[in-house]
Design a binder for this molecule. Structure first.
Ligand code: AHG
Ligand code: MN
Ligand code: MN
Length: 326
């Protein structure tokens, strides 16, 4: 078995059929992750991974060869699992696999595509729902709090899987020799505060005033209203920034900005913000769109974007204050 999930994993998924299906699907995603991890490790030896395919995905992003390859491997894996519908950043519409199956999955097959050729950590993000009655959209057009499982793989110095089914966050590491995912941390928890933020500062002139003021006060450090110095990190791979925040705390922001197409930021609610928000909340952190809880937001389009702020509850709360009080 490619992964030995913990005994407590998914204990709070009430329906045994859905719980069993989720575990089979996770094992399938692990199979695909091993393939993606192996080709990432080859870098330029697997020529052309980071090349543009010349096509764009539904959200207008240029598709890289590895985006498409990762999506194909995931689809192949999920066809072997009890999955009804599959929604993907790299697919315009919803794919129907086995309509009678109890679960449906949304995925960002390759997160951090701009880093493919730079040997920087990239990943795969996924979200598992119980299949809803009626049209395939019904399984995805719902608040993220209805997710059964949220998870993401990181293809970096380690290949890891960070996972929650609503009763805590686990970290599994791909053992390089046996090629099995092994449980390494049984319950990841965030500190309530950490003065370290992640944002793409190149977009400063496009931010809305509350974000301008908040980041300005972070930069003012001890001399400013926040009364402490802030450090800054920005990887450009959501999974890498999220993994760092889960390991030591901090704050991530991809806010709305004034650029064309960025009125709701860059990150997609269904297969990026929602699963990461589920994990962060289960680790004791917070996740909002700047003011509202991500997991309470409705969804009406597959590739709908959402401004995304997550991390330690203290810093997430500050961002909400800057949006509502100042
Ligand atoms: P993807 O490669 O799936 O499109 O995701 C990239 C996302 C996210 O991983 C990262 O945080 C963000 O884009 C980086 O955006 P900028 O390049 O605008 O900084
Ligand atoms: Mn992504
Ligand atoms: Mn992607």
């Amino acid at each position: 078995m490619i992964i030995q999930l913990s005994a407590s994993f998914a204990n709070n998924i009430p329906d045994p059929t859905t719980k069993a299906a989720s575990k089979i699907a996770i094992a399938g995603l692990c199979d695909a992750a091993v393939q993606i991890s192996a080709i990432c490790a080859q870098g330029p030896l697997a020529d052309g991974l980071g090349d543009n395919t010349g096509a764009e995905n539904a959200d207008g992003d240029t598709q890289k060869a590895l985006d498409v390859q990762a999506d194909e491997w995931i689809i192949h894996a999920l066809k072997q699992a009890p999955v009804a519908y599959y929604a993907s950043e790299e697919e315009t519409g919803i794919l129907t696999l086995d309509p009678s199956a109890p679960i449906s999955i949304a995925a960002d097959p390759l997160d951090g595509s701009s880093n493919i050729d730079t040997n920087v950590s990239i990943g795969t993000i996924f979200s598992i729902f119980a299949t809803a009655d009626g049209a395939p959209e019904n399984s995805f057009f719902r608040p993220g709090r209805e997710q059964l499982v949220g998870g993401f793989f990181v293809y970096g110095p380690q290949t890891t899987l960070i996972l929650t089914a609503g009763n805590g966050v686990e970290l599994y590491v791909l053992e390089p020799v046996t090629k099995k995912f092994v449980l390494a941390i049984a319950n990841i928890t965030l500190p309530s505060s950490r003065s370290e933020y992640a944002i793409n500062a190149a977009n400063t002139r496009h931010w809305e005033p509350p974000v301008h003021r908040f980041i300005g006060d972070c930069l003012a450090g001890k001399t400013g209203p926040l009364g402490e110095d802030y450090n800054m990190r920005w990887v450009g791979s959501l999974v890498a920034d999220a993994a760092r925040i889960l390991s030591r705390g901090g704050l991530f922001l991809y806010p709305a900005d004034a650029r064309k197409g960025y009125a709701l930021g860059r990150l997609r609610q269904l297969y990026e913000a929602s699963p990461v928000a589920f994990i962060i909340e289960q680790a004791g952190g917070g996740a909002t769109n700047g003011t509202k809880r991500i997991l309470d937001l409705d969804l009406s389009e597959l590739h709908q974007r959402v401004p995304f702020v997550f991390g330690c509850t203290h810093q997430v709360g500050l961002v909400t204050q800057y949006h509502t009080k100042n």
